[in-house]
Design a protein around this ligand. Structure first.
Ligand code: ASN
Length: 356
């Protein structure tokens, strides 16, 4: 991994932003089988930035670019990818005033959520962005997204993991991809915007930032995710007609250490005691099982309906209004930590970085 200074001028390292390029459509070029991550990214980015207006160029903070050795379509990301991005930031943390991570959009919200758990207590911005169209494509959103991400990454008041996309600054651990085609592809259904671009202004809403207790004093948790990258945490969304043997087939495997269930509405599942039995058995075996809602807004509250009342007794953890991304990456993160199962269960229901 090399770090190339761009627009560095006389700025000292601690005044610069580090841009970490991991792959994704933003930097893709046509290959034999379709779009694939392209090389020479630094030079291509510089060419694109040269097309910005003079006031925009002078508003850009100085930055350096670092490219991952293996550039991926983010559909190929695993928990190890999340670990590598966090490690790259942690290693250089004190050398830069902020970080921009360029990432494919398909799993960008998973990486953002995972970074929020690994890089707890941030005292500077970590902003992820990507694009729906490659940098050199017609009507590309790539340059505008990189420009906005750099502007917010230079903020003195943003102290958390955020996503900048299509003019919106979202809390990373609250974001979901909600469109597979339009440029405005991300939303945070359970939390308001942290900031936005209005014309040439980049506005922040600091009152919506993380509570002081959750930021300003870095306390990174960088455990190995290697085991978790082998499929130890699974995810299952209910469907009408789901049978207990199907749940058992997924949760009964010894290799499974944790699971995210996506339930109906406020936390309901079909009226079949055998389903609850499978869940109770898995929890009893020490598996970390959590539930969120299939609805993008609201959350799960097991006590609301009789249909959900058995879940708590079975040992299932309520994910409240967490996104599936946040709940799944939190399960991975907690299972990677050297702590007791009781501590994992307690921390799952405790807000760690604004995720619930
Ligand atoms: N498949 C791409 C990726 O996630 C999609 C994108 O970046 N727009 O890498």
């Amino acid at each position: 991994m090399s770090v190339t200074p761009l627009l560095s001028g006389a700025a000292k390292r601690g005044e610069r932003i580090l841009v970490i390029y991991t792959g994704g459509t933003l930097g893709m070029q046509a290959g034999a089988a379709g779009l694939e991550p392209g090389a020479n990214f630094e030079a291509r980015l510089q060419r694109a930035l040269d097309t910005l207006s003079v006031p925009q160029q002078s508003a850009l903070p100085p930055f350096e670019v670092m490219s991952f050795d293996t550039l991926i379509d983010s559909s190929a990301a695993t928990p190890l990818t999340w670990q590598r991005i966090a490690a790259a930031i942690a290693k250089r943390f004190n050398d830069y005033r902020g970080f921009v991570v360029l990432h494919g959009t398909d799993t960008l919200s998973f990486s953002a959520a995972s970074l929020a758990f690994q890089l707890q207590g941030l005292d500077r911005p970590v902003v992820l962005t990507g694009a729906m169209r490659p940098l050199e494509a017609e009507h590309s959103d790539a340059l505008a997204n990189v420009y906005g991400a750099l502007r917010f990454a230079a903020s003195d008041s943003l102290k958390e993991v955020a996503i900048y996309f299509a003019g919106k600054l979202l809390r990373g651990v609250r974001a979901v991809k909600c469109d597979s085609e339009a440029p405005d592809a991300f939303a945070s259904p359970g939390y308001p915007l942290l900031g936005e671009r209005v014309g040439e202004d980049f506005i922040e809403y600091p009152a919506r930032g993380l509570a002081a207790t959750h930021r300003g004093a870095p306390r990174f948790e960088l455990a190995s995710y290697a085991g978790l990258a082998q499929g130890e945490v699974v995810r299952l969304a209910l469907w009408p007609g789901i049978a207990a043997w199907q749940l058992e087939a997924l949760l009964g495997d010894d290799r499974v250490k944790g699971a995210l269930l996506q339930l109906w509405g406020a936390g309901n599942l079909p009226d079949d005691p055998a389903l609850l039995e499978v869940l109770a058995r898995a929890c009893g075996e020490g598996k970390l099982i959590a539930a969120t809602s299939l609805c993008p807004r609201g959350g799960v509250h097991f006590a609301t309906y009789a249909a959900g009342a058995g879940l708590e007794a079975a040992g299932v953890l309520a994910g409240a209004d967490m996104t599936p991304e946040a709940a799944l990456t939190k399960l991975v993160h907690l299972l990677a930590q050297p702590m007791t199962q009781e501590d994992r269960r307690r921390r799952f229901v405790t807000p760690l970085c604004g995720e619930r």
